[in-house]
Design a protein around this ligand. Structure first.
Ligand code: PEP
Ligand code: MN
Length: 338
């Protein structure tokens, strides 16, 4: 439930309410806007004497939250949230561009891609070191060596980095090298992994499962947040439909739905959503127009030779051109590259 305080409620009356909640063994999440304060309550509501709280003259109303996700719920936190990742910020007013190869392959590859995407305006560097491939015979990633190459590229360019983690062991390694963890589509409902990334405290990008509903996705975010890690961004990367012309179907409407249901930032990945490089630009523009807080785009120095996802990867001139063609859309959306 949330307790909405009257506009201008005093600090004293707010702390009366929060104390009543805490002494009943429940957890308080305070959201203080310019005028209105909202007190979110997590825990067993039956332990709380809501009648006496309602009698507090500074309380406007008590609203039950019927959805199973609470901390990620927009009712809990009416303003959009954001958080820093190294030297950049994901969230309101900003446009995060995470660019880089599907898989980290060599040190020179990572350095050349990092330099090129930074020059074109990317704000974060991506690269997979643990690759959850459909076939066990496909390239599985360089693991710790790949993480090292990401870090080297980050040290040279200053770009914050993100890498997918697929196990508790991968998290332990990644924590030493990268600035943000990614949970891939195939692991969106790997609840043990979600708890582990929650415990790590690093910012997390949670990709939407291949066939996950928005509600399942927000509950997955809740698993991470309920471990005390509120630095979560969601990534729409296309869902399974009957359509086979594209690798997946980009659910643009999910951006609008998420903006209503959650305060968490939303990143869109048109590369995995379509699997086709020349669809990346139009869908990136559409995502920005729909309110996305950022984009994830696969870029490779030589897509024809990429060890993973070459057909959807942009080469350097293509990425530069996409970035330059996007800039007017980013401005129009009232955002700035962060
Ligand atoms: C990726 O980002 O490299 C990836 C594997 O994406 P997804 O989990 O969305 O398929
Ligand atoms: Mn990929």
């Amino acid at each position: 439930m949330i307790i909405v305080m009257k506009p201008g409620a005093s600090g004293e009356s707010i702390s009366q309410v929060t104390q009543a909640i805490e002494t009943s063994g429940l957890v308080v999440h305070l959201s203080q806007g310019k005028e209105v304060t909202i007190i979110g309550v997590v825990g067993d509501k039956t332990k709380l004497d809501t009648r006496s709280i309602q009698l507090n003259p500074s309380v406007e109303k008590i609203v039950p939250i019927t959805e199973s996700y609470k901390l990620s719920n927009r009712k809990f936190h009416p303003l959009p949230s954001g958080f820093p990742v190294k030297n950049t910020v994901i969230g309101p007013g900003t446009m995060t561009i995470m660019a880089g190869p599907c898989a980290v392959e060599t040190e020179e590859q990572m350095l050349s891609i990092a330099r090129a995407v930074k020059k074109a305006g990317a704000t974060m560097l991506r690269g997979g070191a643990f690759k959850p491939r459909t076939s066990p015979y496909s390239f599985q990633g360089l693991e710790e060596e790949g993480l090292r190459f990401l870090k080297t590229a980050s040290e040279e360019t200053g770009l914050a980095t993100i890498c997918e983690v697929t196990s508790a062991h991968a998290i332990e390694l990644a924590e030493h090298y990268v600035d943000m963890l990614q949970v891939g589509a195939r692991n969106m409902q790997n609840f043990e992994l979600l708890k582990e990334v929650g415990k790590s405290g690093l910012p997390v990008l949670l990709k939407r499962g291949l066939s996950a509903t928005i509600e399942e996705w927000l509950n997955a975010a809740e698993y991470i947040m309920s471990e005390g890690n509120e630095k979560v961004a969601l990534c729409e990367r296309g869902i399974r439909t009957f359509e086979t012309a594209t690798r997946n179907t980009l659910d643009l409407s999910a951006i609008c739905v998420l903006k209503e249901k959650t305060h968490l930032p939303v990143i869109v990945d048109p590369s995995h959503a379509t699997g086709v490089r020349h669809y990346v630009e139009p869908l990136a523009k559409a995502a920005v127009a729909c309110g996305a807080d950022g984009l994830m785009i696969e870029v490779h120095n030589d897509p024809a030779k990429a060890l993973s996802d070459g057909p959807q990867s942009l080469n350097f001139p293509q990425f530069e051109s996409v970035m330059s063609n996007l800039s007017g859309y980013i401005t129009l959306a009232g955002r700035q590259l962060s």
